[in-house]
Design a protein around this ligand. Structure first.
Ligand SMILES: [Zn+2]
Length: 139
């Protein structure tokens, strides 16, 4: 099993090893790439911390476990709605929820989830699929 080679790897090893075991080094490389791509786009100082802190925790909306493949950076108040590109306005969510949330604010999206939570399963799934931009059940 690969061991961390330096301090930087050791920092991530602690987070990644319990979840990914022998795959941790592969995941580490993916994770570093992911974080650097966000750094280039967002120019935020603590993107790294934000992603590290949320790794393996639950998506604030759907509760799925956040990992290198599904993590995304969401604006609590979207840029399109005059939200800021600052640390206080970003959160880590899964990609699916980020796509569904779209131009809604955190508050609006939570209200919507609460509302459709009372719908019949089929109606709820239909709305969620529409929000993701999927053409659900169109056959
Ligand atoms: Zn989610």
């Amino acid at each position: 099993m690969p061991q961390p080679k330096n301090k930087k790897q050791a920092e991530y090893y602690e987070i990644l090893f319990p979840i990914h075991k022998h795959q941790w080094l592969r995941t580490y490389k993916k994770f570093i790439n992911k974080i650097s791509s966000f750094k280039a786009r967002y120019r935020l100082d603590n993107i790294k911390t934000l992603f590290k802190e949320n790794y393996g925790s639950e998506c604030p909306y759907c509760g799925c476990v956040l990992n290198v493949n599904n993590m995304s950076l969401d604006h609590i108040t979207p840029i399109a709605r005059n939200g800021n590109n600052i640390e206080e306005n970003v959160q880590v969510t899964c990609k699916v929820c980020n796509r569904r949330k779209g131009r809604l604010t955190d508050k609006e999206y939570r209200e919507l989830l609460k509302l459709i939570g009372g719908f019949e399963k089929q109606a709820r799934q239909y709305i969620l699929a529409k929000l993701s931009g999927k053409d659900y059940g169109s056959k």
